[in-house]
Design a protein around this ligand. Structure first.
Ligand SMILES: [Zn+2]
Length: 272
């Protein structure tokens, strides 16, 4: 009966907004069957009732307006808006002569690109949209680490020693990112490695900011000096949602989307 229902649904041509988001017949069939199977499993009486299973490594989400993971798309959009507003504030408030201005702006541009790629990926998951999302996110995480010592040790200053260190540091980061992309593209699309690389880079970044905040706080004794450290603590808490992977509530709201929601606050805060 349910497979009849599935074949009836896929018999029709997908709606226009679904076709625009590249839902072709095999994709429609896959989507419909995932929900038929999930509903069957959940409809069983108690001892036979079975938990929701993942398909192709993903929970069976209900799409909205053709978007595969609507909440992740919406929360990515909120992050995008936060960066967009932040970049505009930086442009207005920081004088062009301020040496760190370009580094702050670049952080904003990395954020904008990352959240556009995230919206596209969560709207439709294809190998290419997944790669773009991962590479952009990896780039942003690495850029966060790149700019941290520049800010903490003021490598932007016109001191010849600092300038040499800055050049070497820039070359190291470009090399690391290139190797990362080449490895994932030509060697192996390795989720464990990708996660480990991001966590490692993020951890060094967090340690640097944590230590910097603490030293700064000890020196000035004001709570605002702890802000960078608190932002980092918030991000780590939100990140733990990534580990707590549970089936989406109402078939739509999952841990990954909440992690994207969790980064909106620190993002607004960062620009302050
Ligand atoms: Zn995501």
């Amino acid at each position: 009966m349910q497979s009849q229902q599935a074949s009836q649904i896929v018999d029709k041509l997908p709606a226009l907004h679904h076709r625009l988001l590249l839902w072709d017949c095999p994709a429609e069939c896959d989507y419909t069957c995932q929900h038929v199977v999930t509903e069957q499993r959940l409809a069983r009486e108690i001892p036979y009732k079975e938990p929701i299973q993942q398909f192709h490594g993903k929970w069976p989400f209900y799409r909205f307006m053709g978007m595969q993971e609507p909440f992740s798309v919406i929360f990515s959009l909120l992050n995008y808006i936060a960066h967009d507003r932040g970049v505009r504030q930086l442009r207005e408030k920081l004088p062009a002569s301020y040496p760190l201005r370009k580094y702050y702006l670049m952080f904003g541009y990395c954020g904008l690109v990352t959240w556009i790629c995230s919206m596209i990926f969560h709207a439709r998951d294809f190998p290419i949209t997944e790669k773009l999302d991962y590479f952009a996110a990896g780039g942003s995480v690495l850029y966060g680490l790149y700019y941290t010592p520049i800010r903490i040790f003021r490598l932007d200053r016109k001191d010849p020693m600092k300038q040499s260190v800055l050049r070497i540091w820039t070359a190291v980061c470009i090399l690391l990112y290139t190797l990362h992309v080449l490895y994932l593209t030509f060697w192996s699309w390795n989720y464990t490695y990708n996660m480990a690389a991001n966590v490692a880079v993020g951890a060094v970044h967090n340690l640097l900011w944590g230590a910097f905040s603490y030293v700064h706080y000890r020196r000035v004794g004001r709570i605002w000096a702890m802000w960078p450290g608190l932002i980092v603590a918030w991000i780590i808490t939100a990140m733990s949602l990534e580990v707590l992977d549970f089936p989406p509530w109402g078939g739509m709201l999952d841990a990954h989307s909440l992690w994207h929601l969790g980064t909106v606050g620190p993002c607004i805060w960062w620009y302050k």
